[in-house]
Ligand binder design. Sequence first.
Ligand code: ADP
Ligand code: MG
Length: 334
Amino acid sequence: MNLKDIGEFGFIKRITPNSVNNPKNVMRAIGDDAAVFDIGKNECVVLTTDLLVERVHFIKEALTGYQLGYKSLAANLSDIAAMGASPQHAFVSIGIPKDTSLEYLDEIYRGMKELAKQYNVNILGGDTTSSIVDLIINVAITGVGKKGSLLYRNTAKEGDIIFCTGFLGDSKAGLDFILKSEQPENNNEKRLFEAHCLPRPHIEEGLFLANSGAVHSCIDISDGLSSDLMHIAEESNVGFVLLEDGIPVSEDLLQYCKERGYSAVEYALAGGEDYVLVCTADSKKARKLEKDFYKTFKRTLYSIGTITKGKQYLMKTKDGTLIDVKPKGWDHFA
Ligand code: ADP
Ligand code: MG
């Protein structure tokens, strides 16, 4: 058997057994957006890491150093957000081809440090090595959260309403410009490109959801709604029905897709790196959650479906038909 037969997530399942030798204080191991340890006094530490590899995650010529640095930290902050925690300390490791310009590397750190400053995050260490061909960046980050209010992937409940904290699919449209070697021309194309290059991690939203007392589970959208919601469903042993009508797509994406004959909903389902949060909430508390979210952020918390019993993953289309949802998001080996 080969890696591509089981995919990225089959591989993670395969390496999970026997990875915890001292379960004391481990509240969550492999399987969530971050691991969680109990440190007493009702506080928990969360810890996560993400690896970015040139030509796999980014094309050096297409992103500025600033954007690359910003994005590598943003991806990690987003996992902290998905746990409903506050970010704290980061480690940055980097494998650098020998001919890389110092200015480019300075820009990577400028992007990273500007975002770190925004969220009061320290960069406390890392590692530097050479790399033969590709640039490689790894960020690891810790956060803190309250024991009772952290948000997990495996705690969605039948009847929960599924919510999303922002637009989906913009980042994938932005990536199109890079993959097709095109320049974004008008303002709406530029905003899509920026959504891809400088994603905003939804830290405040994650903390709000964690403190609401209404939210049962949460994940960030790094691989695409269809794949990431499937993680919640699989980990929680539930199904879902998405409502096509509810899936939030920006005017920019609608315009982009209309001009090219693409489906905006397909972009939302398959597009990764939006770094918004998808959560599931107690249906009885859902109305208040929506209202409070709007009061706090002056933006909508989008209701996009419901959690169901069993293992069916469905979407109700605009004409009322139920169709199967397949994980169409990013898998490194599929
Ligand atoms: P995310 O997209 O939120 O970053 P991933 O899909 O990358 O999450 O990872 C899912 C889970 O698998 C996480 O708990 C992560 O720490 C774990 N994981 C991924 N790769 C490895 C690995 N090579 N060894 C151990 N755990 C891993
Ligand atoms: Mg994640």
